[in-house]
Ligand binder design. Structure first.
Ligand SMILES: NC(=O)c1ccc[n+]([C@@H]2O[C@H](COP(=O)([O-])OP(=O)(O)OC[C@H]3O[C@@H](n4cnc5c(N)ncnc54)[C@H](OP(=O)(O)O)[C@@H]3O)[C@@H](O)[C@H]2O)c1
Length: 259
């Protein structure tokens, strides 16, 4: 068995995921990237549109690629923000609005759960006896999953679905068997935030909040966000161990506490 350690990931083409892939590569992990565009840090790239259900994806190609590799973890970094504003009177616009919610649910939840269920046997084979950390599955979640800003409720619903799926996973597997991690990166200046500002009605509360945060330089740089996330995911710490099945707030270095 090779001593190379592999990370499987999505969302590495842009934003936080791109910076995360860079740090992972800098730390000598090998990367299998599932996505629509390469980032340049991957050792294996498998073209994958997360809008598609698993039966329409190259899952067989992925399974073949995983054979014999030591998998340290899986990171679902991909995500989309659905359309936020809708006119009550325009039927065509309403239709596009709900189509966008369905697509966000597919990318932010279903595809993540489907991929994890299919690759679990490879991750759980414990073929990496030398690893300093328990194998993990992680996804980039959001505070909106538990406490959405006004306007982000439906996006939050897609993130809640995935968070609940991770909670269920954490009940199926003990922390020292498979660590199940949900990470809120913080508010980070990426295409996702810029698109909300540019494409949503300017009177939406969240648009005003983002604009103000940019003005006050309160949005995090994706590189810093990725470093926080890397340190959390790849360090065998009490914080990581306590986060099994919970929501970790990477910007605050704390676990979300329900009131
Ligand atoms: N930015 C924030 O403030 C913030 C806050 C809380 C949570 N998050 C979460 O953090 C994650 C990363 O966000 P980000 O801000 O870095 O977003 P981003 O810059 O918009 O990047 C999104 C990533 O998801 C990928 N993706 C989207 N749809 C896909 C599809 N159908 N098939 C394959 N890949 C797809 C994109 O790939 P393509 O290049 O192929 O589109 C891209 O790599 C998301 O889950 C987001 O919900 C972000």
């Amino acid at each position: 068995m090779s001593t190379e350690k592999w990370i499987i990931g999505t969302g590495f083409s842009r934003g936080i995921g791109f910076e995360l892939a860079k740090v992972i590569k800098d730390n000598n992990y090998k990367i299998i990237h599932l996505g629509r565009g390469q980032c340049g840090f991957e050792d294996v790239f498998i073209w994958w549109d997360l809008l598609n259900p698993i039966k329409e994806t190259p899952i067989l190609e992925l399974s073949k690629s995983l054979y014999g590799k030591s998998i340290a973890g899986f990171i679902y970094g991909a995500g989309v923000m659905p359309v936020l504003g809708v006119s009550e009177s325009n039927r065509a616009e309403k239709h596009l609005f709900w189509q966008s919610q369905a697509e966000a649910m597919r990318v932010n939840y279903f595809s993540c759960a489907e991929i994890i269920e299919d690759i679990l046997p490879f991750i759980m084979s414990k073929n990496d006896a030398q690893s300093s950390i328990t194998p993990f599955v992680a996804h980039l979640s959001s505070l909106a999953a538990v406490d959405p800003f006004p306007g982000l409720e439906l996006y939050g619903a897609t993130k809640s679905a995935c968070l609940l799926y991770f909670q269920w996973l954490s009940k199926r597997f003990a922390m020292d068997e498979l660590t199940c991690l949900s990470v809120h990166p913080g508010a980070v200046l990426t295409d996702m935030v810029n698109n909300v500002i540019q494409n949503s009605p300017s009177d939406l509360e969240i648009v005003k909040i983002y604009k103000k945060m940019i003005q006050n330089k309160e949005l995090m740089d994706p590189k810093r966000s990725a470093e926080n996330i890397y340190n959390f995911l790849f360090t065998d710490s009490p914080m990581r161990n306590n986060s099994h099945g919970k929501l970790y707030l990477a910007d605050k270095n704390e676990i979300f506490a329900y009131k």
